[in-house]
Design a protein around this ligand. Structure first.
Ligand SMILES: C[S@@+](CC[C@H](N)C(=O)[O-])C[C@H]1O[C@@H](n2cnc3c(N)ncnc32)[C@H](O)[C@@H]1O
Ligand SMILES: [Zn+2]
Length: 331
C-alpha cells in the first residue's frame, strides 16, 4: 500500500494531495490500532505475517496453528493477500466459539509432512498446549528451510478457555524454546509495558468480580464500564504515551516473535497431509474418503465430522463444541 501511494505521489502532481491524505490516513489507522487494540493485532506483527515470503510469485502456503475461529484467514482476505491456507485446531477452546478449520489436529503431533509450509503463524495458542516444547519442535519440522514462523504468547493475561490454559511465557523461556529448535530470531517484542498492563487490568473485570458481594459487584461493574468508556476516548492515548517511557518492559501483556528456519528451499510437497501417528516412521499418505481418511501404512481410521477430518488420536480430541466448520484451502 505504501509503495502504491509513493508511486502515485511521484507520478503526478495532481495526485499529491490525496496521496498525502492516504498516507496520513494509514498512519492514523496504525496509531489507532496502537492506542485501542490490545493483543495480537499489534501492527508491526500483523504486517510481518501478512507479507509474502516466496520469491517465485506463488502464494505462500500458510499454516495457522491453533486457528480457533479462523480470524487469521479473514485478515489475509481483508488485506487481499492470496494464500494457500491450512488452519488446524483441537477445538478445545471457548465453548461459544465457531471453530473454522481445515482439520482437527494436535499441535504436538501435526498431520503434515516435513517442510510443508512457507509460513506458520501461531497466535496465543502455545500456552494451551500440554507440552509447548513438543509443539514448537513440530512447527519447525513442518516449516520449510528458509520459512518464517510467527509466534505470539501471553505473559500477563487472565485465565481463559479453562481448563486448557496451561502456561505463561517470559522472553527468556521463549528464547530457550526457539534456540533449542535451531531457529533464527529476527525480532522479539513485548506487547506494551507497565501502562499497557495497567490499562488491561483496569478494563478487564472478569477475573475479579465473581466472588464479590452483589452490591460491590454492581459497583465494580459500573466502574468498569466507566473505565472502558474512558479507555475508548482519552484513556487509550494517555496510557499509550505513558508506555513510551517504559523502554525495556519488565511487565507486559505478552510477546510476539518473528522467526526463520535456517536454510533456503522453495520446494513443498504437493499434498502436505500425512498420518499423524506414523510421522516417526515415515510420512504415510492418507487415503481420503467422504466419511473417513485412512492411513495407508498403519490403517488408522480418521473420522470426518462436520466436513472436517479429525487427524488426531481419538484420546487427544476432547471437543467442547460441535460448532466446527470447514475452511477452504485457497483464496
Ligand atoms: C486463545 S485461542 C487462540 C485462537 C487463535 N489463534 C486466535 O488468536 O484467535 C487458543 C486455541 O488453541 C486451541 N488448542 C488448545 N490446545 C491445542 C492443541 N494441543 N493443539 C491444537 N490446538 C489447541 C484451542 O482450541 C483454541 O482455539
Ligand atoms: Zn499411520
Amino acid at each position: 500500500m505504501d509503495g502504491f501511494i509513493k508511486a502515485r505521489t511521484e507520478c503526478s502532481g495532481l495526485h499529491i494531495a490525496p496521496a498525502r491524505f492516504m498516507r496520513k490516513f494509514q498512519r492514523l489507522k496504525r496509531l489507532y490500532t496502537h492506542l485501542y487494540v490490545l493483543g495480537t493485532w499489534w501492527p508491526e506483527y500483523r504486517e510481518a505475517w501478512l507479507a509474502p515470503t516466496r520469491r517465485d510469485g506463488r502464494p505462500d502456503r500458510v499454516l495457522d496453528a491453533g486457528s480457533g475461529q479462523g480470524e487469521l484467514a479473514l485478515e489475509f482476505k481483508r488485506f487481499g493477500v492470496p494464500v494457500e491456507y491450512y488452519g488446524v485446531d483441537l477445538a478445545v477452546g471457548d465453548a461459544s466459539w465457531e471453530f473454522n478449520v481445515s482439520a482437527i489436529a494436535d499441535l504436538q503431533r501435526l498431520p503434515f509432512r516435513a517442510s510443508s509450509f512457507d509460513k506458520i503463524v501461531c497466535n496465543q495458542t502455545l500456552e494451551h498446549v500440554d507440552e509447548p516444547e513438543r509443539a514448537v519442535t513440530e512447527l519447525v519440522r513442518v516449516l520449510r528451510p528458509g520459512g518464517r514462523l510467527f509466534l505470539s504468547v501471553p505473559f500477563i493475561w487472565e485465565l481463559h478457555q479453562e481448563p486448557f490454559d496451561r502456561y505463561r511465557f517470559s522472553s527468556h523461556a521463549l528464547k530457550y524454546l526457539i534456540e533449542k529448535n535451531g531457529l533464527i530470531i529476527d525480532l522479539i517484542r513485548p506487547m506494551g509495558g507497565y501502562f499497557t498492563v495497567l490499562r488491561y487490568l483496569l478494563t478487564s473485570q472478569t477475573s475479579m468480580s465473581v466472588r464479590w458481594w452483589q452490591p460491590w459487584r454492581t459497583l465494580a461493574s459500573l466502574a468498569n464500564h466507566a473505565l472502558r468508556v474512558f479507555d475508548m476516548t482519552v484513556g487509550g492515548p494517555i496510557f499509550y504515551l505513558l508506555d513510551q517511557f517504559d523502554r525495556e518492559p519488565k511487565i507486559t501483556l505478552g510477546y510476539f516473535v518473528h522467526l526463520r528456519r535456517p536454510g533456503d528451499t522453495l520446494a513443498l510437497p504437493d499434498d502436505p497431509y500425512c498420518c499423524p501417528l506414523c510421522v516417526k516412521d515415515g510420512e504415510a499418505p492418507l487415503a481420503r474418503g467422504p466419511n473417513a481418511w485412512i492411513c495407508t501404512q498403519c490403517a488408522a481410521t480418521f473420522e470426518v465430522r462436520f466436513g472436517v477430518p479429525l487427524l488426531t488420536a481419538q484420546s487427544a480430541y476432547q471437543a467442547v463444541t460441535d460448532r466446527v466448520t470447514s475452511r477452504a484451502a485457497s483464496f
